[in-house]
Design a protein around this ligand. Structure first.
Ligand SMILES: CNC(=O)COc1cccc(Nc2cc(Cl)ccn2)c1
Length: 343
């Protein structure tokens, strides 16, 4: 076969190669150790000097042309592969990013954190305890006697025992006072704690939900008086509402405090929303008093040696005041639009 025929055969095969694998096979078949062109180069040895003078340069030229053609085809195939990838993996980086919403913490969590921080600045630690309580810690220890209406099933959630299980029923705690009792039992006096948390009552309307949030405070020492209570509460409300807030104490009654006082804060009603810290109106926000001696005893503390004050308020309620939220039920509807607005 003459070299021209050989060249056009090989250049034709190289041009027709569909991918780099096939091209590599062609290179080996033409120029590898046993390649067709390599074998012809080897035949040069057996030729006469006159023949070799012609065949040598011609074969070298052929080898160069095939080598160049393979290199060019390799680039072409590589570019084609890249074009394929670019087409398949093309990404329009100018597209606007997909909007990722960030969560916000619930107003109740936010207010609980604020309340905790303000009382921490006044030396109060946070106490926690079980949400399912015995009626001893939830009622008896707080001097709430057996027949007291608060213990009725219409106000309190009781757990139900299986047949034959004669353990006394437990209750869903109706306030966080039991946490304070447990704290007194465990740590004795003096005491400076607040107890925030979920509480449960069998009630449901625009201002009551079966689960809501309360925070109670307890300060016990050797010479604590109502004056200390007034100061602590005025400090708290002024810090919480960010303005000087005056309080008004109205004599009241709770089984667990004596004397007891309901506390109002000064406010003004401006067209449906309440403005705290000014005006001639008053808004009841919490209950308080000096801890009843029987309750100190229930906590293992000697009332002849120690005394102190306690208070309790609704976290949801002061959150509604601060953020102007009209309906308590909205706190628990998990309506994202509402949460995003107040969160
Ligand atoms: C929303 N809360 C209210 O209207 C009334 O809550 C109050 C009132 C007065 C005292 C307390 N807590 C308390 C706790 C202990 Cl361990 C001893 C004595 N008292 C809670």
């Amino acid at each position: 076969m003459n070299l021209d025929q050989l060249k056009s055969d090989w250049l034709g095969r190289i041009a027709a190669a569909t991918d780099e694998g096939a091209l590599e096979e062609l290179r080996v078949a033409a120029l590898g150790k046993k390649g067709e062109i390599s074998l012809k180069m080897r035949d040069l040895g057996g030729m006469s000097p006159e023949e070799r003078q012609v065949a040598g340069p011609a074969l070298n030229a052929l080898k160069d042309e095939v080598t160049t053609a393979i290199a060019a085809k390799k680039v072409a195939l590589g570019d084609a592969a890249l074009d394929e990838r670019l087409k398949a993996e093309w990404l329009d980086v100018t597209l606007p990013a997909r909007h990722r919403r960030v969560g916000t913490i619930h107003p109740v969590s936010q207010v609980t954190e604020e309340v905790t921080a303000i009382f921490a600045d006044m030396g109060f630690a946070v106490a926690e305890g079980p949400q399912i309580e015995t009626d001893w810690y939830n009622f008896d220890a707080l001097n709430i006697p057996g027949h007291h209406p608060a213990r009725a099933e219409m106000d309190t959630f009781y757990t139900h025992r299986a047949e034959g299980d004669d353990r006394p029923p437990h209750v869903l705690r109706t306030h966080t006072s039991p946490v304070q009792i447990r704290h007194m039992e465990a740590h004795g006096a003096p005491v400076r704690v607040i107890a925030p948390g979920r509480v449960y009552r069998a009630d449901y309307d625009q201002t009551h939900t079966p689960m809501f949030h309360q925070v109670e405070g307890l300060a016990i020492d050797r010479d604590i008086s109502m004056a200390n209570l007034k100061w602590v509460l005025e400090e708290f409300f002024s810090a919480y509402f960010g303005t000087k807030v005056r309080t008004r104490f109205r004599a009241s009654h709770f089984p667990f405090t004596e004397p007891s006082a309901e506390v109002d804060i000064q406010c003004s009603w401006e067209g449906g929303t309440v403005k705290v810290g000014e005006g001639s109106d008053w808004l009841e926000v919490l209950g308080s008093g000096m801890v009843h001696p029987k309750v100190l005893q229930a906590g293992g503390i000697d009332p002849a040696e120690w005394q102190g004050f306690a208070f309790g308020m609704g976290i949801d309620r002061i959150a509604m005041l601060k953020y102007g939220i009209p309906d308590l039920r909205a706190f628990f509807d998990s309506d994202l639009r509402w949460l995003r607005h107040y969160g």
